[in-house]
Ligand binder design. Structure first.
Ligand code: PLP
Length: 429
């Protein structure tokens, strides 16, 4: 793999059956080309989005006003988009809604799971998660633990099965780790959790649209995920929530707003939850955001004709394999080391390089060259500083991988990252 040339990468792009999907995106087109490797943080803009949002603004809101809740189908968009997204994560029709944020949805499902555990096995006291889980997941879990008198225990990924003791009520994991891109075996862990009587909550923020997920086949209990990463729904896009039909109506989520009521327009004083996943709705959603989210999901409709998630996964693995091999051959001498699993079954769609020093400045220097990834500090948790690179097969090309590594090597050789302007911290890294 390491004797691969730039021309060979161009040939791979020529042979790529997904290559035309890149044309559906509005990628930066300035004088200096941008290589965007941060779709795991904020997905690129689909070309259709601006016009779709403009239609909502000018026609549906501007002209049709309040009638659009019916006429434009606004009221049913959480369910409609949920049905569009469901096949990407192995959910059935009517099982998933697009709504709120990942953090808020996580709160809903964790409470529902904790309540179910309390009803069925009141002696269990532990909510188990991973030490290196995304902070919002841990923060929400801390709040739910207080509310349900549970104890949050954190284990390392490799010790997770061992940490599943009989005291575990709920196992909450992020399927693909935001730092390393390491992916859990969802089926095996769900099985192990069920074997000790624990319920599972999966965060699919770094999986949905990036790797094939089959919630039903894994027999998972609850899942949430993000709309603005690989699904390209736009900054702050609505997230999604799923509950297995086996448990969805067994308990109620705590945010009992009127959109989750069985008859919202009866304006009843008493809350009566909808049956099924609709009870996971809370209040009025942003229709501008929903319109943008639909454009992100529409791209996946077009991907179906060329192999869908299986083809996306195959290309993702080929892109990350290539990046890893080139970095191994050319960047390790500069102190950058891959921390993402080599094994395909254990990898999402990103690669992270640990930097012993200067990681933040290195990423800033790379961005100045037009290669956009991001940086995640590790000091607070005693972990390594990471340079993260996300690969979105819908618009990332093999030649982008080649060129990104070429830039990285030049940036490192020239010690560009030592320049003062790259060493000034900004609010968002
Ligand atoms: C695993 C994971 N969960 C949740 C979130 C964020 O959730 P929210 O959209 O509520 O900010 C992120 C954001 O990067 C994430 O990586």
């Amino acid at each position: 793999m390491t004797d691969i040339t730039r021309d060979a990468c161009l040939a791979l792009d020529q042979a790529d059956t997904l290559r035309h999907l890149r044309d559906l995106f509005e990628l930066p087109s300035g004088a200096k080309p941008t290589i965007y490797l941060d779709g795991n943080s904020l997905g690129a803009l689909p070309k259709a989005t601006a016009a779709a949002v403009a239609t909502v603004v000018r026609q549906e809101w501007g002209q049709d006003l309040i009638q659009s809740w019916n006429k434009a189908g606004w009221f049913k968009l959480p369910q409609q988009l949920g049905n569009q997204l469901a096949p990407l994560v192995g959910a059935g029709p009517g099982e998933l809604v697009v709504t709120d944020t990942t953090s808020v949805n996580l709160y809903k499902v964790l409470c529902a799971a904790a309540e179910l555990a309390r009803q069925q096995q009141p002696s269990k006291r532990v909510l188990l998660s991973e030490a290196s889980n995304f902070p919002t997941d841990l923060y929400i879990a801390q709040s739910v633990c207080k509310q349900y008198d549970l104890r949050l225990e954190l284990a390392d990924a490799q010790d997770m099965v061992g940490a599943l003791t009989s005291d575990v009520a709920v196992l909450m994991l992020t399927h693909v780790n935001y730092r390393t891109g390491a992916m859990y075996d969802m089926t095996a862990l769900t099985q192990a959790a069920h074997a000790v009587g624990a319920l599972t909550v999966w965060d699919l923020a770094h999986s949905a649209g990036a790797v094939p997920v089959d919630l039903r086949a894994a027999n998972a209990d609850y899942a949430v995920g993000c709309g603005y990463k690989y699904l390209n729904g736009g900054p702050g896009a609505p997230a999604f929530v799923w509950a297995n039909p086996r448990v969805v109506s067994a308990t109620h989520q705590p945010l009992s707003g009127w959109w989750g009521h069985a008859q919202p327009f009866a304006f009843d004083a008493a809350y009566v939850p909808q049956v099924g996943i609709d009870q996971y709705l809370c209040g009025t959603q942003s229709m501008l955001a929903m319109a943008a989210m639909r454009c992100g999901l529409d791209v996946y409709e077009q991907a179906k004709a060329v192999g869908g998630m299986a083809a996306i996964r195959a290309k993702s693995l080929a892109l990350t394999d290539l990046f890893m091999a080139l970095c191994e051959a050319r960047c390790t001498t500069f102190g950058l080391h891959n921390v993402t699993p080599i094994e395909h079954a254990k990898r999402g769609s990103q690669v992270s390089l640990a930097a012993s020093t200067g990681g933040y400045a290195m990423m800033q220097a790379l961005i100045a060259r037009g290669v956009v990834g991001d940086f995640r500090a590790g000091a607070a948790t005693g972990e390594a500083d990471l340079l993260r690179f996300g690969f979105t097969p819908l618009y990332t090309r093999f030649v982008d991988v080649w060129d990104a590594v070429e830039h990285m090597v030049h940036m490192l050789q020239g010690q560009e990252w030592l320049r003062p302007e790259f060493n000034q911290a900004q609010a968002v890294t």
